[in-house]
Ligand binder design. Structure first.
Ligand code: NAD
Length: 362
């Protein structure tokens, strides 16, 4: 089982080091190879995604990714900016399915901006299509308007488009994920206004017929945005397009109150995947032993489950994280009175200790 370890920039190196420490406790034949990505790769090789890093990622079963970016690269031309490395990896690896679980841990219920009773026990999974939609549709650009409200004015335009096979494959991913959970899929669209999402709705409905054990409902994106804060626990799996998923997954993640807790996975048709925390490189706290490593550690658990077929090891890591939270240890971002504040390394060590106990228990 080969893993490309790409820590990246800012807190990326600190949090990935903790996840690697945790993975090493498992008695599994994991071959981990580290490479530069993002700003660190630009500094060393003049490109955020050097050929050697891409080659390593493509040849691995999974990529464990930290985060990339720093304000100091903001003046570089766009193709050389650190964030382009993620887009390059997604494109080259064909990572079309993005999984973002939003789980509210019992001990962190108070960290949400919603009332505790609305989020206690929350466990939803947002599945976002990642390689299509208005983010990639052509044509796009700027031009002089020849019609519309202001002919002759400068205008910009993008193209929203999805093909049937793109919708089919993400729908299958969603129904299969729901089969392993509470067997409910909510497909989010804007079929009342957009042709693209009428096709989306039709295709998801057709694919749904192949999964009679899974209940399917459809929701317009504006209503979904509202329901996510009104009654989030009524969702199980939410599947949607690239742009709606981008927005809704951030909304859902904040229901849990703590960006430092949220893992993510992006998978291709071969179940090869890129696993990363949902947050960025947090330059404001980098190098200070302040970052919460749990999102990255939980991303490593997702990696074991989705790309490496090691469900038991994944369960062990998730239980270890719960045990550490139950023991009252908190990094600064999730700290509250009555708990014990620890740094990045100490949090990683605590998970290692709890995991070792889990493994010994079997
Ligand atoms: P960010 O997610 O890096 O930080 C937002 C806030 O959350 C900051 O206050 C930060 O300190 C805090 N935070 C983030 N992760 C944390 C953790 N693990 N523990 C504790 N606190 C944490 O977003 P930003 O500040 O908008 O962006 C910073 C840089 O990251 C930018 O260069 C941006 O482009 C990049 N970025 C990268 C990714 C990625 O690599 N996938 C994603 C988002 C942003």
């Amino acid at each position: 089982m080969k893993i490309a370890v790409l820590p990246g920039d800012g807190i990326g190196t600190e949090i990935v080091a903790e996840a690697v420490k945790v993975l090493k406790v498992l008695n599994l034949p994991l071959e981990m190879e580290t490479a530069l990505v993002g700003g660190a790769a630009f500094d060393a090789h003049g490109h955020p995604l050097p050929e050697s890093t891409l080659k390593l990622a493509m040849a691995s079963d999974a990529v464990l990714f930290g985060a990339v970016g720093d304000w100091k690269y903001d003046t570089l031309e766009r193709p050389l900016r650190p964030e382009q490395a993620i887009l390059g990896l997604r494109k080259n690896m064909g990572l079309f399915a993005n999984f973002r679980p939003a789980i509210c841990y019992e001990q962190l219920t108070h960290a949400s901006s919603l009332k505790p009773e609305l989020v206690a026990g929350l466990d939803i999974l947002i599945i976002r299509e990642l390689t299509g939609d208005i983010y990639f549709g052509q044509p796009r650009g700027r031009r002089v308007a020849t019609d519309g409200h202001f002919p002759g004015a400068e205008e910009a335009f993008d193209t929203m488009r999805y093909t049937r096979p793109e919708i089919e494959r993400i729908a299958h991913v969603a129904f299969q994920a729901a089969q392993k959970r509470n067997k409910r899929v909510t497909s989010v669209d804007k079929a009342n206004v957009l042709e693209t999402f009428q096709l989306w709705k039709d295709v998801v409905t057709e694919v749904g017929k192949q999964y009679p054990d899974v209940a399917l409902d459809h929701m317009y994106v504006d209503n979904a945005a509202m329901q996510l804060v009104k009654e989030p626990k009524k969702f199980d799996v939410v599947v949607t397009g690239n742009m709606f998923g981008d927005i809704l997954s951030d909304e859902a993640s904040m229901l849990t109150g703590s960006i430092g807790m949220l893992p993510s996975a992006s998978l291709n048709v071969k179940n090869q995947g890129l696993y990363e925390p949902s947050h960025g490189s947090a330059p404001d706290i980098a190098g200070k032993n302040l970052a919460n490593p749990l999102a990255t550690i939980l991303s490593a658990a997702m990696m074991l489950r989705f790309s490496l077929n090691q469900d038991q090891a994944a369960d062990h890591i998730e239980s270890a994280v719960k045990a550490v939270l139950a023991s009252g240890l908190r990094t600064a971002d999730i700290y509250s009175e009555g708990t014990t504040k620890v740094g990045t390394r100490e949090m990683g060590d605590a998970v290692v200790t709890a995991l070792t106990k889990q493994i010994t228990k079997g």
